[in-house]
Ligand binder design. Structure first.
Ligand code: ZN
Ligand code: ZN
Ligand code: ZN
Ligand code: ZN
Length: 416
């Protein structure tokens, strides 16, 4: 606690360092896009309540089932609409063509909107840092140019009365059941629709040839023969919910439940039992080292003010993995002042044409919980900001693609 206090003092000192040349110093990103100057709005920003997300191991086996409308990170998605899943190129990294990996989902219903009584935003990304670096260039592209992304967001919403769930609130005692089974999923990733069937056993299902090949190599080759034999002996077809089949791949990120807490209710006490050693708010000599390298790295860097206030705000609850705020005035908390999008960099909703607004941002702490290593080529980001249709429009597409803006940790910024 006292060490945390010391560090904050240092960061405050850092923050008030005069930065006359800040305007000219800002790196120009890719030379595209105007930098939003929201320094003036910091006071206002303080007043907008933010809900923080923290990860926890799920309390019960059933806690993260789709009928409980969870917010979760890692593992496989709990699809809200379990039938009409995203398909085709939407499920792939546009850069390497691999099926995307599930990052997290946020249950964010809009009580004032009947058609969004249930509403979940899903975030997927390619685990390849090479792709994310490429994605960085692509996100600056403006419409009508089609960007090739390695991060994709989907919005799904349902009315209270729908064909998938009871209109009563879940009892949350392990007895809740969905109204029907969902689409059969890929046996390998458990994430995407398994609309390709293994031609030998006619049971294993895949989202893609890539996942079929991976499953084959990792053991389905043998399993497939056994299944073919058992199938010819056993006349009763296994109608067991394909949806709940266990996932063969072990490359998903570890699964967590996301727990909410209002930022205003989070006080410094939480920092005391904090174990996140990489955070600048952690204790002891590490702190001094981190602060020192921070100062060294930001010498003459226009990002340092932004970075310091980012760290100060985050240090109130260094475990946070998510910041959610769907208010008109809400703005993301940017780690860097450079590489922020201007309003025109955020494409309008591709379904209704209306504006998109900031809804939540994902912090790099999540990578720590996912056990992602801190190597040069490891997946890393400073923040992923999700923008969704302001009107949360309806329309025929059950999963609507929204927009994610990724800010990478620049070479000089010790984000993790
Ligand atoms: Zn990729
Ligand atoms: Zn798959
Ligand atoms: Zn097979
Ligand atoms: Zn829209």
């Amino acid at each position: 606690m006292s060490n945390g206090g010391v560090s904050l003092e240092k960061l405050r000192a850092l923050q008030i360092t005069p930065l006359e040349d800040e305007e000219d110093d800002e790196p120009q990103g890719n030379g595209v896009g105007d930098i939003i100057d929201d320094d003036d709005d910091e006071e206002e920003e303080e007043l907008v309540p933010v809900t923080l997300g923290f990860v926890e191991k799920p309390k019960n086996r059933w806690s993260l089932l789709r009928q409980l409308f969870p917010s979760k990170a890692g593992g496989v998605p709990s699809w809200l609409n379990p039938i009409n899943l995203p398909y085709g190129r939407s499920c792939q990294c546009d850069i390497c063509g691999q099926p995307l990996q599930f990052l997290l989902q946020v249950y964010a219903p809009l009580p004032e909107k009947e058609s969004a009584f249930h509403r979940t935003l899903f975030v997927f990304m390619c685990p390849s840092m090479v792709c994310l670096l490429q994605d960085q260039h692509e996100q600056w592209k403006r419409q009508p140019e089609k960007a090739s992304r390695s991060v994709k967001i989907f919005r799904c919403q349902l009315a209270r009365s729908n064909s998938f769930y009871s209109s009563d609130a879940p009892r949350c005692d392990g007895t809740d059941k969905p109204s029907g089974i969902g689409a059969a999923l890929c046996n390998w990733c458990g994430t995407w629709k398994g609309d390709k069937i293994c031609t030998s056993c006619r049971r294993a299902r895949y989202c893609s040839e890539k996942h079929q090949a991976m499953h084959w190599m990792s053991g389905h080759k043998i399993e497939c023969q056994q299944m073919s034999i058992s199938q010819s002996c056993n006349t009763s077809p296994t109608s067991s919910s394909a949806e709940t089949r266990k996932v063969a791949s072990n490359t998903q990120w570890p699964e967590y439940e996301i727990i909410n807490e209002d930022e205003c209710e989070v006080d410094m006490e939480i920092c005391e039992d904090n174990v996140y050693a990489n955070s600048l708010a952690s204790a002891g000599s590490q702190m001094d080292e981190a602060t020192k390298s921070l100062l060294d790295n930001f010498e003459g860097d226009g990002d340092r003010k932004s970075w310091a206030s980012f760290q100060e705000r985050i240090s109130k609850a260094p475990d946070q993995v998510l910041r959610y705020c769907r208010f008109e005035q809400a703005k993301p908390l940017w780690p860097m002042s450079s590489g922020r999008p201007s309003k025109t960099d955020i494409p309008t909703c591709s379904y209704c044409g209306g504006p998109r607004c900031f809804e939540f941002q994902i912090l790099p702490q999540l990578l720590y919980y996912f056990g992602v290593k801190n190597d040069v080529d490891s997946l890393d980001w400073a923040t992923i900001v999700v923008y969704a249709c302001k009107a949360s429009c309806e329309g025929s597409e059950p999963y609507k693609e929204e927009f994610g803006w990724v800010q990478l940790a620049s070479q000089s910024a010790p984000v993790r």
